[in-house]
Design a protein around this ligand. Structure first.
Ligand SMILES: NC(=O)c1ccc[n+]([C@@H]2O[C@H](COP(=O)([O-])OP(=O)(O)OC[C@H]3O[C@@H](n4cnc5c(N)ncnc54)[C@H](O)[C@@H]3O)[C@@H](O)[C@H]2O)c1
Length: 346
């Protein structure tokens, strides 16, 4: 099949592209390289050869995206391109709205013009905000009340998708914390700046940072540090493959409703349990054999004590469940890539 992947030079989009290429598909990547890496595209080209096309373009450029869709004969879109930093979104809310919501609408306009009717969208647990105390785990029906412009911009695009079922079948996958790297070591995680806990711990082990700062150790959690749900990027890509199958069938149960063939579907993607910051740090120490010094800092504004998914719906509907549930195994894949690429893609 022929796919278009937006944001395919970034962390998760490159791993999804890799899977599609490994499976023999043709993939056109559209990325403006604002936060993505030419090195990731080069790694993908080594796998896909001529089945990979790279178009350096902004998703806000509807005409360029439409050209990419036509030139690639695209049937289905995986939409990863976004601005993704919560803190930055507080300082630049308009940029987040423009890229994450208006950029999505621009992509839809191009798809509609080209007769492309299937899309999988990277949504986020940040659309849930701070669930009420005791509302763990988070189900798809937990109220979505984002507390920052990043979460709001992602929720706004979910709402756009929900309103397009006259012509579009789409899936929003609400990721929790994505971690790890291609187990074969072909791709990894290289965010600049890095804000995710596991790569930050590993950067300390590599000597790229002096220490880890733990933001608060007085939360109402078993060890006082925040608890999050870490899903391996390979499992996440599996969830996309399962979602693509559901889109092709038109409905979750595989039947096709001729009256209303298009659907908006949404699932949480997490392993269904949380690990604390301290547990992640200990895991990184075990895997790297490095002491990874850590200091306790103040809490960050708006950090909920505990966030983890209830993935029962996607298990029930699509048979997906996380296979990487051992934290050390997840960390090891990230560490293997980082050790082999101490300067990242650059
Ligand atoms: N990493 C996580 O833990 C996580 C969790 C929840 C949701 N998500 C979502 O997953 C998606 C991918 O995240 P990631 O961690 O791979 O981020 P990333 O920054 O590594 O990748 C995003 C890619 O989008 C590209 N991009 C940004 N703006 C663009 C534009 N206007 N036009 C074209 N390309 C553009 C960037 O250059 C980059 O390559 C995002 O939509 C993010 O919101 C990620």
């Amino acid at each position: 099949m022929r796919f278009l992947v937006t944001g395919g030079a970034g962390y998760i989009g490159s791993h999804a592209t890799l899977r599609l290429l490994d499976a023999g598909h043709e993939v056109t990547v559209v990325d403006n390289l604002y936060r993505g890496h030419r090195g990731a595209i080069e790694a993908l080209a080594r796998v896909g050869g001529p089945r990979l096309r790279f178009v350096e373009a902004d998703i806000l450029d509807t005409a360029a995206v439409a050209r990419a869709l036509r030139d690639g004969g695209v049937e289905t879109v995986l939409h990863f391109a976004a601005l993704t930093y919560v803190g930055e979104s507080m300082e630049r809310p308009d940029d987040y709205h423009r890229t994450n919501t208006t950029g999505g609408e621009s992509l839809l306009a191009a798809m509609r013009a080209c007769g492309v009717h299937r899309l999988v969208f990277s949504s986020t647990a940040a659309t849930y905000g701070v669930p009420d105390a005791g509302a763990m785990p988070i189900t798809e029906d937990t109220p979505q009340r984002p507390i920052n412009p990043y979460g709001a911009s992602k929720l706004a695009f979910e709402q756009v998708l929900r309103a397009q079922t006259a012509w579009l079948s789409s899936v929003a996958l609400r990721y929790f914390n994505v971690a790890g790297a291609d187990p074969a070591g072909r791709l990894g995680e290289d965010h600049r700046p890095e804000t995710h806990l596991i790569p930050i711990c590993l950067e300390v082990a590599l000597g790229r940072r002096p220490q880890l700062t733990v933001f608060g150790d007085d939360f109402p959690t078993p060890d006082g540090t925040c608890v999050r749900d870490y899903v391996h990027v390979e499992d996440l890509v599996d969830a996309h493959v399962a979602a693509l199958a559901a889109l092709e069938n038109g409905t979750v149960d595989g039947t096709v409703d001729r009256q209303t063939p298009h659907r908006f579907l949404r699932w949480n993607i997490g392993i269904g349990r949380g690990y604390s910051v301290r547990e992640v740090l200990e895991s990184c120490r075990r895997v790297t054999g490095h002491a990874i010094p850590a200091a306790i800092g103040p809490r960050r504004e708006g950090d909920p004590p505990s966030l983890y998914a209830d993935p029962a719906a996607i298990t029930r509907d699509l048979g997906w469940r996380a296979r990487w549930t051992d934290l050390d195994a997840i960390v090891r894949t990230a560490w293997d890539w980082m050790r082999a690429h101490p300067a990242g893609y650059r």
